[in-house]
Every structure is written in C-alpha cells, then in structure tokens.
Design a protein around this ligand. Structure first.
Ligand code: F6R
Length: 236
C-alpha cells in the first residue's frame, strides 16, 4: 500500500486526478470505477480542467459507479447518476452510454444487481477504482458488519450514513433507506484501488482501516489485502 499525505484538499484532488489521468493515458480504453460524495468533487474538477486543456481524452473510457440509491430516478438531483452527470460526465468527452450507474428504479432490484455484476465482467473488470470512506468505515455502501465476499447487492443504510447524507436532502426523511452497491468482492477485484480521504474527521477511521485489524466491522480494512492500493489523505 502507498499512502500519500496531501498538503490540502486542492493538492489531494490534483494528486488523485493525476493517478486517474495516468491510467487513462496509459490505457485509453480503461474502465474507471467511480465514486460520488464530497471528497471526489475536486478530483473531478481537476480532470475536467485537464480535459478542457486537451491533456486527457475520455472518448474510449468506460466508467462503472459504485452505488445508487434505491427509488431515485437518474434525473432526481439527489441520485448518484445525476451527481456524476453534473460533476463529471457532461463536461468531458466520455460516451454517456459507456457510463454505468446501478439503476435505482429497476423493477427487479435483485436482477439489477446480477446485471451489474455481469456488466463488470463484460467490460473486462475495473482497471482503477476510486473510493471514498465513510465515518463508519464503509466503502461504496458496504456498511459495517456485512460479509466481505459480497458482489453487487441491496443494502439497508445504517443510521450514521443516513445522517451523514441528510445534508444533501431537504429533510432526513427524504434520504432513501436502501441502496444498490458494488460489494466488497467486486471492489477487491479491481486491478488498482485509489482511496481518498479528506478532513480531520476522517483521520481516525482511515487509521483504523489501514493499520487496525481486518474486520467486517470496519469494511475498508479489507483494503489492506489489496495488492495495488494507493491512499491519498489530507487531515488538515
Ligand atoms: C459514494 C460512496 C461512499 C462515499 C463515502 C464518503 O459513491 O460510495 O462510500 O465515498 O460515504 O463520502 P464523502 O466523500 O462525502 O465523505
């Protein structure tokens, strides 16, 4: 594992964008695993800037997002599909048809999970997966206590996740209670992982995840076993 301490959030974002852009330069038809949340916003902004300068070409890239709320349509401003379109996809030359986010309103959510796993296989697996980390150690929506081996599945969100995500909704009651998420197994199968964590409030959980015991009660702790993990932190 490589752990890189960034000077500040702008530095973290630039460093993460550098890793992603190196992946795309080295393999123009790369499959990028992407995340939502506040941490990657600066990374996406940086990628957009370099794209606009002509430094990166996303035309052959495919992307697979980690997760989506159950019950939200892609045009709902709180959906992760909407987030990705607004914060990255519509500003770069990626083919929207090659951007995948779980369908939160699939008629049969279980079938949607199977379809998503098949899709990951079909595109040849994920070359580089970007990850954030929740205060409870979740990655994607893999909440503490779930089995490590899971592929894409439906989760009931934990109380701390509902509260953390309430900031994006009008009221806490509007936060969906379920999500579809890539599982720990799907994440661990990515060829490279890039975990980004920003802010003093993430320090304790990142240290637990990277240096503590590997346990389902800290889902991100499994990342210690990944052969190609890069972590970029800024705890200022
Ligand atoms: C989002 C996701 C979540 C977030 C995590 C951290 O797709 O999978 O695991 O990465 O909740 O969120 P932020 O970056 O908002 O602190």
């Amino acid at each position: 594992m490589r752990v890189i301490e960034a000077k500040d959030y702008a530095d973290l974002s630039r460093k993460a964008a550098n890793v992603i852009s190196a992946q795309v330069i080295l393999k123009p038809h790369a499959v990028l695993g992407l995340a939502t949340g506040s941490t990657p916003i600066g990374t996406y902004k940086q990628l957009i800037e370099w794209y606009k300068k002509g430094d990166i070409d996303f035309s052959a890239v495919k992307s697979i997002n980690l997760d989506e709320y159950v019950g939200l349509m892609g045009d709902n401003e709180q959906s992760y599909r909407y987030f990705m379109n607004e914060n990255l996809f519509r500003h770069i030359n990626i083919n929207l048809e090659h951007t995948y986010v779980p369908n939160g309103v699939a008629a049969d959510p279980e079938e949607e999970c199977r379809r998503y796993d098949a899709l990951i296989e079909e595109v040849g697996g994920i070359d580089l997966q970007l990850l954030g980390i929740g205060h409870n150690g979740h990655i994607g929506f893999n909440e503490p206590g779930q089995a490590f081996e899971k592929t894409t599945h439906i989760v009931k969100l934990g109380e701390s996740t509902i509260q953390a995500n309430a900031r994006f909704f009008e009221s806490i009651d509007d936060v969906p209670r379920q999500a579809i998420t890539m599982g720990i197994k799907s994440i661990m199968q990515a060829k490279k992982l890039l975990l980004i964590a920003n802010g003093p409030d993430k320090k304790e959980i990142v240290e637990k995840a990277l240096y503590g015991p590997v346990t389902p009660s800290v889902p991100a702790s499994i990342l210690q076993f990944h052969p190609n993990l890069t972590v970029i932190t800024c705890f200022e």
